[in-house]
Design a protein around this ligand. Structure first.
Ligand code: ZN
Ligand code: FE
Length: 251
């Protein structure tokens, strides 16, 4: 199985999960680049997986469906164009053509119904977790988002993390203002800056790397608690308050 990033818009990645002559598209915000890739590589689309309703993740569904009628998996409680298989926590997406199954996680926060797909040692997390950052809270509370990120942190360390945007370098800048002395973070910065200079994606990341460098997954670490407390000018003593402060501070 190969997982291919298809750049879209300014900084989105549409992830294409490929096996043999088959492919599934995760969050196809536009159809054009997906159709191009499928045609150039002689692949047939077998499914669309959406993580949430935002247009930069679902805008290509209808054009893709005009091309090939495939099942569309997406969050049960959101408005997803062409949705055929509404899913939520506990469901499994079976993609026999790819010899893969993905379990569905409910991860509210960025949107109320946001889901993530986990399988084949890979996590498709949409706009919930970003490399060294996390999504904005458009429809959820800090407590919800912190709980969603917690679910990701509980996945195996070696899980590959496929985020939907290339936001890594700006996220690292913020992470450094929180934890300027985090050695793993500084190492990551060197590597990811190099990747961007060569025009390469900084993704996938791994759960281990996120736990070591992403301040939003480190709200229980003394250095992060201290930085957030300093930022608001009073002592914070629970991880959700720390998370809420970081989320506001980051803008
Ligand atoms: Zn979004
Ligand atoms: Fe997005």
């Amino acid at each position: 199985m190969k997982i291919i990033p298809i750049p879209a818009f300014e900084d989105n990645y549409i992830w294409l999960i490929c096996e043999g002559r088959h492919a599934a598209a995760v969050d196809p915000g536009e159809a054009g680049p997906v159709l191009d890739y499928l045609e150039r590589h002689g692949l047939g689309l077998v499914a669309i997986l959406n993580t949430h309703h935002h247009g930069d993740h679902t805008g290509g569904n209808e054009d893709l469906l005009r091309h090939t009628a495939v099942p569309v998996y997406g969050p049960r409680h959101e408005n997803i164009p062409g949705l055929t298989h509404p899913v939520g926590a506990g469901d499994t997406v079976q993609l026999p053509e790819l010899f893969a199954n993905f379990s569905v996680l409910d991860v509210p926060g960025h949107t109320a119904g946001h889901v993530a797909y986990y399988g084949a040692n890979s996590l498709f997390c949409g706009d919930t977790l970003f490399a060294c950052g996390c999504g904005k809270l458009f429809e959820g509370t800090p407590a919800q988002m912190a709980a969603s990120l917690h679910k990701f942190a509980a996945l195996p360390d070696e899980t590959r993390v496929y985020c939907a945007h290339e936001y890594t370098l700006t996220n690292i800048d913020f992470a450094k203002s929180v934890e300027p002395a985090n050695a793993a973070l500084l190492q990551r910065e060197t590597r990811d800056r190099q990747a961007r200079q060569q025009g390469l994606p900084t993704l996938p990341s791994t759960i281990a790397l996120e736990k070591a460098t992403n301040p939003f997954l480190r709200c229980d670490q003394p250095a992060v608690i201290e930085a957030a407390s300093r930022h608001v000018g009073h002592a914070l003593n629970d991880p959700v308050s720390v998370f809420a402060v970081l989320r506001k501070w980051k803008k």
